[in-house]
Ligand binder design. Sequence first.
Ligand SMILES: Cc1cc2nc3c(=O)[nH]c(=O)nc-3n(C[C@H](O)[C@H](O)[C@H](O)COP(=O)(O)OP(=O)(O)OC[C@H]3O[C@@H](n4cnc5c(N)ncnc54)[C@H](O)[C@@H]3O)c2cc1C
Length: 381
Amino acid sequence: MEMDAEVGIIGVGTMGSMAAWQLAKRGVSVLGFEQYGLGNDRTAAGGESRLFRTAYMEGSEYVPLLQNAKELWRGLEKESGNSLLTLNGGLMIAEEDSPVIRNILKSISDFNLSHEILKEDKARTRYPQFTFYDNDLIIFDKEAGFIRPELAVVSASLLAKKYGAEIKRFTKVEHVSSENGGVSIITDDGKTYKVGKLLISTGAWTSKLISEWKEKLIPRRLLLTWFAPKDPVHTKPDKFPIFARMRGDFRLTGAPTLEGTMVKASYTKDPLAIEDPEKLNRDVYPKELEKISESVEALLPVLFPDPVRASAYMDAYTPDDHALLGELPNWDNVFVASGFSGHGFKLSPVIGKIIAELMIDGKTESNINHLDPGRMLRKVE
Ligand SMILES: Cc1cc2nc3c(=O)[nH]c(=O)nc-3n(C[C@H](O)[C@H](O)[C@H](O)COP(=O)(O)OP(=O)(O)OC[C@H]3O[C@@H](n4cnc5c(N)ncnc54)[C@H](O)[C@@H]3O)c2cc1C
């Protein structure tokens, strides 16, 4: 059949934009479809900052990917001329015998990562912003910081276009089928496109496009909340690292003030599964803010504990919180990159590079065994 492009990408959000950049840069013809505008705040890239960490609580198998991602972030900054990743360090604080601390320490020792373990008195003097408790272990990850997510998506998309990719914005894909050595795509304006290979990078909307994957790619609603500092001198990036602060039922993650008035501190434990991603409720109710206010009051005394801003976002979660990345078993020419389970942004440039390798070279040197889609997805008839 006659092709409109060698590669089609459904969903030019976080992963789709990075894949488009990497594929087009390698000379592949790319046709992307995005239901909203590029860098839209409704996607998983909304909310002005994303945390970058290298000493990884989700497992040390991610460390080589994160190190490669850091190099690629620098490459994307250079090619686009935009500042995207600021490494101002990260504080990881949790009870000494907790699983997250065990995983962080394992990442550090497996890869000899640059870090400091701070004694409580030193931590108190250096970081008066936080409350520390006797049995806390305080780890400073030197290879941590924050990313500008919307600008990152726009930067990668514009570079993809510069290298020849075509991106159809405000165009929703309604149906895909694999046939005659290619893949056919039908959009909401009734048009049909044919591509040689297809990437499905539709994030939280994936189960809407392919309903059979409903149990494997679950859309979850995550709240982001911002707080006013009592004195902004303590909360600028040079004084205030990014943080993940776990204690008992509290799980706070956050970033310093980026525009001078608000600190992002969000409660990220057990985000709520939602039935229909197209009906995400973006209103945030006072009842939902009780836990985060309580956590901020207890753990971040430099902030006024009533949020000044709160917004709702979504990401796709898998049952084991590891993404699905690669070619789909028994479905010709179709690849997936979805289910990044609330921690994929920092990895996105390396995910884009790996997708390009898998689609063009048929293999990658990166270890992505833990992300193999074959562990969960079966053929869609
Ligand atoms: C609130 C929040 C905080 C987070 N914090 C961090 C963090 O600090 N650090 C970190 O590393 N990660 C973090 N994450 C996770 C990270 O942001 C996500 O894992 C990542 O952005 C997911 O990228 P994606 O490409 O899968 O989804 P998206 O970026 O949402 O992209 C999917 C795209 O597909 C489009 N689309 C969907 N269906 C269709 C269709 N049928 N046709 C056309 N287009 C379609 C959507 O509009 C969207 O643009 C956070 C996530 C959230 C929600």
